[in-house]
Design a protein around this ligand. Sequence first.
Ligand code: RP5
Length: 165
Amino acid sequence: MSEQTLVGIVMGSTSDWEVMKEAAQICKDFGVSFEARALSAHRTPLELEQWMEEMELRGCQAFIAGAGGAAHLAGVVAAKTILPTFGVPIPSKYLKGLDSLLAMVQMPKGIPVPTLGIGEAGAANAGLSVVAMLALNDVGLKAKLIAFRAAQAEKVRNAKLPELS
Ligand code: RP5
């Protein structure tokens, strides 16, 4: 069997990659194996299902799904698996991602989609949420997450505000 791939990152379109690459970058930085694909709930529903099945066979532990507009992708992914599925609302052309956010976060009771903020910060935080989840059973990953937090705190402590002119 091929090596385990812990995280499946899926987005509705290649146009979502600029945002979703933030989630992939977090996985990469923490040494968490992932596969990222552009697969749509409405354009390629069969391929989405096949990929998800394959990911589960490869030992996937969580999905991150990003989509824009009537962003049903995360809900569809969550419906097809019991693995945790995190949603990332992608900024949309006319409603700036508010449509994507509401479509994801307002899932009816029973099939949750823990939803992050709109855009890059949401994508990065989805990655960090998955890292935190995996760190529950991985001491090495836990240490990396603690170090990441400490480095962030140190940056704030050392920050200097600009002088007044
Ligand atoms: C959604 O429609 C995608 O997630 C993307 O955010 C949006 C626009 O897709 P493209 O027209 O750029 O392919 O399905």
